[in-house]
Unconditional design. Sequence first.
Length: 225
Amino acid sequence: MSDDGGLIRKPVSNPAGWLIGYLRLGTSPRSPRHETVLSRSAVSNQPRNLLKSSFISRLARCCLAVAVLISGLTASAMPLQEARVVKVIDGDSFIAMNAANERLSVRIAGIDAPELQQPYGLRARDHLRQMLGQGDPVLRCFKRDHFGRHVCEVRVGESDLGLEQVRAGFAWWYRQYRKEQMPDSRARYAAAESEAQAEQRGLWLEPAIEPGQWRKRQRQPRQTH
């Protein structure tokens, strides 16, 4: 053991290889000619574990950022398809036929409209029906939800129907899925909801319960007295 803290040092012949191994694994590769032998009693494994943890944390954050970027780019790169409306279900979903004569169950991306049994549920459906009646919609579908519906951005002419539902006060901006939107779309939807709330349009005229919370309450057993 030497006088510098229990380290018996030998010169390192391949610094680049030693550094790469250290960054990858938090350990230095053992060389038959040159190595550093650490005394267990003098040096603990804590710094090595901290390095591993820091590396894994940085890697996880990097992967998350890449995943978010890819999801946004994927949504914007999806092909457009023209469709013909068959039936409007509620304020954020409808049935359509595409050019290949395939039946599509469509869920409008980025919004959550009231259920039909909720206040403004019927008005939200009628407002969507009115907009869809102005021309055949163009869909950009990028996934399916747990009901098997195609989640799509929907436009008629220059109008983004999801955005118009939010602006009119007939739907909430679906913040839970905001990362699926491009940054400029998120900004427009947030501004439209703030505008509708400030002007007390539609469902903002009175205290309203978001559909998810409303459904949860409906599932709860009613107490009898």
